[in-house]
Design a protein around this ligand. Sequence first.
Ligand SMILES: [Zn+2]
Length: 57
Amino acid sequence: MALTDCEKCWSTPCDCGWEYRHMNDEEFAEFIARILTYKEDKVAILEKAMSIIKESE
Ligand SMILES: [Zn+2]
């Protein structure tokens, strides 16, 4: 599944931002929901994700 084993950071789910690049809206929403349930540094992760998305557009 796309949400696991990022080729850059090897985290599950990815927390470096690389995997966000290939996500469609549905996958991204699911990813965010997962982060919000158990990631301690959720705010920092989401801020990084948003900056990466902006750069890739
Ligand atoms: Zn990653």
